[in-house]
Design a protein around this ligand. Structure first.
Ligand code: AGP
Length: 613
């Protein structure tokens, strides 16, 4: 979603701003813009890609040492140059992530004061509001830009991260955070701000994460920071472990491809803490995990999209292995549903980014209902969700740039399997012998995934047969139904083929009507307790002329025949088989998207981190 970059530096900053925006492109956006101070405010904006903005900047010779920049993902107003940020109010420029909920009433009030709006955005309201505060048209006249921003923020409802510059104070940048992430980069030659650490690593690893309610004034030499109560505070400067090349493509054509192939490494890193362990310790989920797990009588998983499919897979594991009831709810539904809270329930929020607005709001809702046993499974250690739960497990997938989640999903699954084993152990459901077997299987997972990746040439050959398809069905049963769902999500997200997943037994209750020679049916067919039932479901498809694409285990005894295409998975992997099967489905989606010629890493209309409702 939207991205912010800002700088107040001893050096010319336009290149840094443009490079930062390029790094943030993965979040998804439809227009971009920047403004710098150099004997007055200079602004450039463009609909479309950052490259278009860069060519405008080059033509206009826009340069300065203080500036702000933005990639916009349209919420209020269509993607258009006039709606792109920065928005200006008489020499003052603002970029903004998030949504201002009371912007309509503020807009009316500001129009009443004579302010003229040139966009449809909620952000332009903020620019004029700060200006009105500056001039004392709202509240007392502000002493400086910082106090004008403080005054304006007090009138805003919603979630936001802001960066503001003004001709009145050409040597400073003011930033504010409420709900949307914002961090500062600290160097000897200047200070920087960004909504995502990846935009800062080109200049520094030293970062300061702002808390909700924080407002900061950045100059070349100093950071002055106040909290939500207006009290001066200091926030810790932490060293980011993100390296600049972690967000570069290297030898790959796409980030999605890179991230699919990084999965053995990502799983190895995530599972490093059990590499030499003979048995599992609850401490891997946090210091209080042992005490909390003792009290847990059920699990509630809250997540969105791919992360919710990780949760649905875990439901099968947790109920089967730990004998504990587990519910999975889509975060955006749970937050508005009247549910019955159980204080002994473990609430697990799963999120790659840790900033997904719906998941965060669902966590807040659960806490408001009295849930205290909360656990985050997340890929970003500094994220908001991680900071708001009692327990946490950080997956170590590394930055995931492609909009389509891949390595985050498989590392989430590995974390959820560890959780399953610990709950089972606490619940006296795990023998020492089984604990050792499962730990060995987890340790072998990176190698097993590596072997699935070697199927790529065969999967690529299959993908050619999807070139003219508009629909696809995915079938799975048991713990592989969520994997079929994830496969369908991947395919629709990046190839724009309409794809649906069904538990295979459900076919005859409706979707079978869709099956004909034009309908590819992708089947996840491990050799598990439901295989024979699944084979019967496949017969139902074949009998209607449907084309089957089956990912089968070697011992599933399914052979390729007319209308039945079979790829043999390298290993039969029992309970952890979902981790292997999903990798094959990721490769299929990736290659189908290449055949379709879509923008694999930045599919239309989507954003990487969904920070608005
Ligand atoms: C995955 O391919 C999607 N882009 C999307 O469903 C994503 O998983 C969802 O938005 C949740 O994101 P999160 O894990 O960062 O919370």
């Amino acid at each position: 979603m939207c991205g912010i970059v800002g700088a107040v530096s001893a050096k010319e900053c336009t290149n840094f701003l443009l490079a930062g925006l390029t790094t943030l492109e993965y979040r998804g956006y439809d227009s971009a813009g920047l403004a710098v101070l150099n004997n007055g405010l200079q602004r450039a904006r463009a609909k479309g890609r950052v490259a278009e903005l860069a060519s405008k900047v080059a033509k206009g010779d826009i340069q300065g040492q203080v500036g702000i920049a933005h990639t916009r993902w349209a919420t209020h107003g269509v993607p258009a140059e006039r709606n792109a940020h920065p928005h200006i109010s008489e020499g003052l420029a603002v970029v903004h992530n998030g949504i201002i909920e009371n912007y309509e009433s503020l807009r009316e009030q500001l129009q009443g004061l004579g302010y003229v709006f040139t966009s449809d955005t909620d952000t332009e309201t903020i620019a004029h509001l700060i200006q009105a505060c500056f001039k004392g048209q709202i509240g007392e006249p502000a002493e400086n830009l910082f106090s004008a921003v403080q005054c304006a923020v007090a009138h805003l409802k919603g979630a936001f991260a802001l960066a503001v510059i003004s001709e009145e104070e050409p040597d400073c940048l003011v930033v504010a955070r409420e709900g949307s992430p914002l961090m500062l980069g600290i160097t000897d030659e200047g200070h920087y701000a960004a909504s995502d650490a990846s935009a800062l690593v080109s200049v520094t690893q030293q970062m300061m994460h702002l808390e909700n309610g924080d407002i900061a004034r950045l100059t070349r030499d100093a950071v002055m920071l106040v909290d939500a109560q207006g009290q001066a505070v200091e926030r810790e400067v932490v060293t980011s472990h993100l390296s600049a090349n972690a967000v570069e493509l290297g030898e790959y054509d796409h980030f999605m491809q890179k991230e699919i192939f990084e999965q053995p490494q990502a799983l190895g890193n995530t599972l490093e803490m059990i590499s030499g362990a003979g048995q599992l310790q609850p401490g891997i989920f946090g210091a209080e995990a042992a005490a909390i797990f003792e009290q847990v009588d059920s699990v509630l998983i809250l997540a969105c999209g791919t992360s919710s499919y990780a949760g649905l897979t875990a439901k099968y594991w947790i109920e089967q292995v730990a004998s504990i009831p587990c519910n999975v709810e889509i975060a955006s539904e749970y937050r508005y549903r009247q549910s019955v809270a159980n204080p002994n329930q473990l609430v697990v929020v799963i999120s790659q980014s840790g900033e997904t607005a719906d998941t965060l709001a669902a966590l807040h809702h659960a806490k408001s209902l009295g849930h205290t046993h909360t656990l985050a499974i997340c890929n970003v250690p500094e994220s908001t969700i991680v900071r708001e739960t009692a327990l946490r497990f950080i997956t170590r997938a590394g930055p995931e740039i492609g909009v389509a989640s891949t390595k985050a999903f498989t590392t989430q699954l590995s974390a959820l399997f560890l959780l399953t084993l610990l709950l089972a152990k606490t619940n006296q459901r795990l023998s020492k012998e089984n604990e050792k077997i499962y730990l060995d299987e987890l340790r072998h997972l990176p190698v097993a995934v590596e072997r699935v990746l070697s199927l790529e040439p065969d999967i690529k050959a299959w993908s050619l047969q999807f070139a003219n398809k508009h629909h696809a069905l995915f079938l799975g049963r048991g713990r592989h139904f969520p994997i079929a769902s994830e496969g369908a999500l991947k395919l629709k997200e990046i190839s724009y083929i309409h794809a649906e997943a069904y538990p295979a037994g459900e076919l005859k209750h409706g979707p079978l009507a869709l099956v004909d020679a034009d309908m590819p049916v992708i089947v996840v067919a491990p050799n598990d307790e439901l295989l024979e039932k699944l084979k019967a479901n496949m017969q139902e498809v074949s009998a209607r002329g449907g084309q089957l694409y089956v990912f089968a285990d070697g011992d599933s005894a399914i052979r390729s025949t007319n209308g039945v295409n079979v790829l043999t998975m390298p290993e039969h992997y029992g309970l952890l088989s979902p981790v292997l099967h999903v990798v094959a489905l990721q490769l299929l989606s990736y290659h189908v998207a290449l055949v379709k010629g879509t923008d694999v890493d930045k599919p239309r209309n989507l954003a990487k981190s969904v920070t608005v409702e």
